[in-house]
Design a protein around this ligand. Structure first.
Ligand code: NDP
Ligand code: OXD
Length: 309
């Protein structure tokens, strides 16, 4: 089998070709940019592929996303109509759980305020309720959201979750669909976005959503930058409706140097690292999925291109 690989960095593309080639010596891997025989390509392995990059691949069987999200694949307007395989696994879920727990606890225990006091040399205790008195709302109860919700419940938080279709998760109160969005937000003091980016979820972290949270709530976005309306967050921070935000993902990445988020005192910026899959782990999962798909015509981690995730 012949596989074309694309990542925005040529060096990383070369590394992934090498790693996948080492794991699957009977398959061939080459950078998508320099493919000489497009008709020989049967699979692609991509992160943020360029529009039209796969148009000549007339024998393509599937596209593999190097990651859980497939929005970056669907952004290719000329994408061939073939199955899309996600790259997910315990490793990715574990990393996201750690990120969510870290930042939820940070907001819960008012760490930014305590650090600001330290910077001024001031002894200024902040009394917060125990986790049992703090409601955390998780948007998206898929691979990542459901596990993050369970971990937070184990710590003791009052956890609520929201998804498209109804879910039952022990210890979590769940809400589903647009009709129950308001009830989900009502009382949520720390809101965590782990939704896929689709036409329904784009811009969902907006002024209307923020206004339905209790005053002084916090927001964590570890999903995709376009879930957030940047200006609405800045407005909500200025008015005090939102007290703080942790953002891992942005409309443009890397976040441009002049963006106001960089030096905002109430915003923590992390460079899309919430759950970055490391290349050796990712390539092992991808190799397994490619072999499985070639053998059976399907895999468990198949995305639904029509649904958008
Ligand atoms: P899944 O596809 O497993 O789960 C998505 C969840 O979102 C499902 O519960 C789904 O509902 C829900 N959902 C989708 N659309 C809607 C909607 N319109 N209204 C309400 N709920 C909705 O995704 P993952 O958990 O694997 O990943 C989520 C996202 O996290 C990825 O798409 C990616 O963008 C982002 N991500 C970010 C990373 C980072 O490092 N920052 C790393 C990995 C992923 P239902 O269950 O009913 O279908
Ligand atoms: C992903 C990501 O989608 O890292 O896996 O953002």
């Amino acid at each position: 089998m012949h596989v074309a690989v694309y990542l925005p960095s040529d060096e990383k593309t070369k590394d992934w070709c090498q790693m996948l080639g080492d794991l699957m010596p009977d398959w061939s891997f080459e950078p998508m940019k320099t493919v000489k025989d497009p008709e020989a390509i049967t699979y692609t392995v991509v992160w943020r592929p360029p529009t039209g990059g796969m148009t000549g691949f007339s024998n393509l069987k599937a596209v593999v996303s190097i990651g859980a999200g497939i929005d970056h694949v669907l952004a290719d307007e000329d994408l061939p109509d073939v199955p899309i395989i996600r790259t997910v696994g315990r490793d990715l879920t574990q990393r996201m759980k750690e990120y969510v727990a870290l930042h939820v606890l940070r907001h819960h225990r008012a760490l930014p305020a305590l650090q600001a006091s330290q910077a001024k040399g001031k002894w200024e205790p902040v009394i917060v309720p125990p986790a049992t008195g703090r409601r955390v709302g998780i948007m998206g109860l898929g691979n990542l959201g459901a596990e993050a919700a369970k971990l937070l419940a184990t710590i003791g938080f009052d956890v609520v979750g929201w998804s498209r279709s109804p879910k039952e998760i022990e210890g979590i109160r769940t809400f589903a669909g647009k009709d129950q969005f308001g009830a989900f937000l009502n009382g949520t003091e720390i809101l965590v976005c782990l939704l896929p980016l689709t036409e329904d979820t784009r811009g969902i972290l907006n002024a209307d959503t923020f206004n339905r949270l209790p005053r002084g709530a916090s927001v964590i976005n570890a999903a995709r930058g376009p879930h957030l309306v940047d200006a609405d967050l800045l407005g909500a921070l200025a008015s005090g409706q939102i007290a703080g935000a942790t953002l891992d993902v942005f409309h443009v990445e890397p976040l441009p140097a002049e963006h106001p988020f960089w030096y905002h005192p109430q915003i923590t910026v992390t460079p899309h690292v919430a759950s970055l899959i490391d290349a050796p782990t990712g390539s092992r999962i991808i190799a397994k999925n490619l072999r499985e798909f070639e053998k059976t015509g399907t895999v468990a981690d198949l995305a639904d291109g029509k649904r958008g995730y």
